[in-house]
Design a protein around this ligand. Sequence first.
Ligand code: ATP
Length: 366
Amino acid sequence: MAEIVLSNVQKFFGAVQVIRDLNLTIADREFVVLLGPSGCGKTTTLRAIAGLEDISSGEIRIDGKPVQDLEASERDIAFVFQLYALYPHLTVFENIAFPLRAAGESKADVDRQVRVVASALDITHLLQKRPSALSGGDMQRVAIGRALVRRPKAILMDEPIGALDAKLREDMRSELKRLHIENKATSVYVTHDQVEAMSLADRIVVMSEGVLQQVGSPIEVYQNPANLFVAQFIGSPVMNIATARLETDGGAARLRVGDGGEAFAMPADLPARIAASGRGGEGISLGIRPEGVVVARQPMEGTVPLEAHIIEPLGAYDIVDLKVGSGVLRARTASGFVEKAGDTVFARLDATQTHFFDTKSGQSLA
Ligand code: ATP
């Protein structure tokens, strides 16, 4: 069992508060990713769990036991840093063996355990090499091997693959996922890369300015962002956000988007849904991902004509900026669907993909 529970955790550096009243339960064997922009407090949170940083108040429990007064070495937790932190004068074998030798394990046990971990990480052929002879990806495999070899209760990783190039990062991502499936160690992983978070996490913890914004499975935070921050931080290309005004005309509902923008047809029950969340038709923001902005070459029922402003061809699909009032809505289209900037297309909003937020508080409305 390695459940990690943070209760009312606060952290100040001098007068600056970098973790605000954090409550979080990480289940045994879960892979949790702390995600947020630089400076949001995710590394500090991870270091606090590890015992590398004191907390100012609150409680951290591992397996039900309060650990905030225990040294890092007494918490039975392994930490993998972004920079590999290997011992340069030791071979790969000796680097991985280091924690086992420090724990006084017998030579035969050390040998067996190093080989099991090296085989899982596919680095057996590197065991006699020194770190200076390894690529970045292999060095990080060794660092992960050293962390896993003691079979710690939990493994904490701080941007462990952030320094690798894009292709290697992708390979290592799948490898980390496979390792977790095989080992099932409780894992807490810090990154600012939302793609990494989406692909690795059982649950993502989105943080901003020391405040937990949302916790949920990758698909939950993608499909039901709790607020404007999460909506814009998760997903690439980013979700369109625009101020919007609800208009009703007879039984029909329309949404006027942006400043001086067009009005898009919406389901007739939308005003009632927004009203039920405590808002009228004003002060709301629309969120819609580019795949929810549907374009056609010919006018169709419910479409409005919009001018294409910029076309970004991304290979598998294009992202097209459509002028709406003084702003733009980004649409995802089939590759080459809109020929050139200046062309007019006919767009509608897929009502099943709309999100509404209180513009002032940023909180999701429905
Ligand atoms: P990054 O991805 O850049 O590491 P982060 O989200 O992990 O960012 P933290 O490293 O936890 O953020 O830092 C949170 C805030 O605390 C930042 O404003 C940082 O400057 C500040 N901070 C971190 N460590 C210290 C320290 N030892 N002394 C003073 N301030 C610190």
